[in-house]
Design a protein around this ligand. Structure first.
Ligand code: LLP
Length: 404
């Protein structure tokens, strides 16, 4: 994304042109950014060539997943619906891992029939259920156990998953018992140890602590795991202040860790693959002048982009056309929904805006569209992909008639 002659462009196409053609709100993804992200992810970890399973939950657009699969990535899924989408996008079952604390019998059955790489179980009951279904199908099923390392990911509490008070994974004592149990089972094949401590992690230290905890537990199990699935969670630079996770350091730590084991590493990144490829183009509906601040009422709302309302997360907002002149007002960018949390950002010294102006909300490729809803009976936005200077509609705008 860059300004060319004061006009904001995405892969050289002016945002104004996109809005004119497709209207607003529009989710716009950049293929070139996607390609960069995947290649740099691979490069960072190339010394041990991991299996990279894209976390489908971060962006569930089948056409986008198709593009991702062409780079050789697999998928991390957490429901039968996500599994179906991954398969539909052409991802081979032997590159799919299934995570989540509440897989139903139907979901387990489907995953077994499709012969996916791994079902990563998160409780004793789930292991028993997988075993029961495997037995019924006369199969031996490859499983992993998700370990809860009791590590603080130092991220938002709402997206922290590796502490013992979180519902995810299994603590040490039960992990050891389950390992013994699975090793004796005829219908289960213990192939993987998995872990995922949280999302939007910017500090490498929690990952170091996670690896230490893994070392400890693997030694105690005395089992040779074919796979070690380290989950995802790599954070991105939402503030545009260059505070990034030190992937090189993380990679070196893993390399060191692997000296003791003959295991293949799996990653489940979502945000770091698609977070910065997406922008949400929006139009100013009204400007409501207040005493101390002006409300910039946009045509996007919390139903389109839920992250600010859910986690108070901040996504940069920038104008589609730069006029340079700043105003000494406070602008509060809000949506039209009848909730006070339907707001995106408060900015001082933004350029002067007028009604019908276009603005862009940045870095919404992950957990943007995938968390959207029809709240307030608002149709879901159109999704487009810019690839090789061409615009492809990868998901049509929902028709009002279809949701009414
Ligand atoms: N693996 C597992 C088991 C997960 O639970 C998650 C994310 C991932 C991988 C991918 O994590 P990532 O690389 O994207 O950080 N809605 C929140 C994020 C929730 C993440 C849930 N789990 C947000 O908008 O920030």
């Amino acid at each position: 994304m860059k300004y060319i002659k004061k006009k904001l462009t995405i892969d050289n196409i002016p945002v104004q042109n996109i809005a004119k053609k497709f209207n607003t709100p529009t989710y716009c993804y950049s293929y070139s950014q996607l390609k960069n992200n995947i290649n740099s992810f691979k490069k960072n970890f190339k010394s041990f060539s991991p299996l990279i399973c894209f976390a489908i939950k971060s962006n569930t657009n089948v056409n986008l997943i198709k593009e991702i699969s062409k780079f050789g990535l697999g998928a991390d899924v957490v429901s039968i619906g996500e599994l179906m989408k991954a398969l539909k996008a052409g991802i081979k079952p032997n590159k799919i891992v299934f995570s989540g604390v509440g897989k139903t019998s139907e979901e387990i059955n489907f995953a077994i029939k499709k012969k996916i790489l791994l079902i990563n179980a998160e409780s004793k009951s789930e292991i028993f259920e997988i075993e029961r279904i495997a037995k019924k199908n006369k199969k031996s099923v490859a499983v992993g156990i998700r370990f809860n390392p009791n590590v603080d990911a130092k991220t938002l509490s709402q997206i922290s998953t590796g502490k013992k008070e979180n519902k995810f994974g299994i603590g040490e004592k039960e992990f050891l018992e389950l390992t013994k149990y699975i090793k004796k089972s005829k219908n289960l094949n213990l192939k993987c140890l998995s872990v995922h401590i949280g999302s939007q992690i910017l500090d490498v230290k929690p990952y170091e602590n996670m690896l230490l905890a893994l070392n400890k537990i693997i030694k105690k199990t005395n089992h040779s795991f074919e796979y070690i699935d380290l989950g995802g969670g790599m954070g991105i630079d939402y503030k545009n202040d260059n505070k990034k996770l030190n992937l090189k350091k993380y990679s070196q730590n893993i390399k060191k860790f692997l000296k003791n084991y003959d295991s293949k590493i799996i990653f489940e990144p979502g945000r770091s693959i698609v977070g910065n490829i997406g922008t949400l183009i929006s139009k100013v509906t009204y400007i409501k002048e207040g005493h101390k601040k002006n409300f910039i009422i946009l045509d996007v709302a919390m139903n389109d982009l839920m992250r600010p309302a859910l986690y108070n997360s901040k996504h940069r907002i920038i104008p589609a056309v730069k006029i340079g002149k700043k105003v000494k007002k406070t602008y509060e960018f809000v949506g039209p929904i009848c909730e006070s949390t339907d707001k995106f950002l408060t900015i001082n010294n933004f350029q002067k805006l007028a009604e019908k102006d276009l603005v862009v909300i940045c870095d919404v490729g992950a957990y943007g569209m995938s968390l959207s809803s029809n709240y307030n009976v608002r149709p879901k936005a159109i999704e487009i992909l810019i690839k090789n200077s061409k615009i492809k509609v990868i998901n049509k705008r929902q028709k009002l008639a279809d949701i009414v």
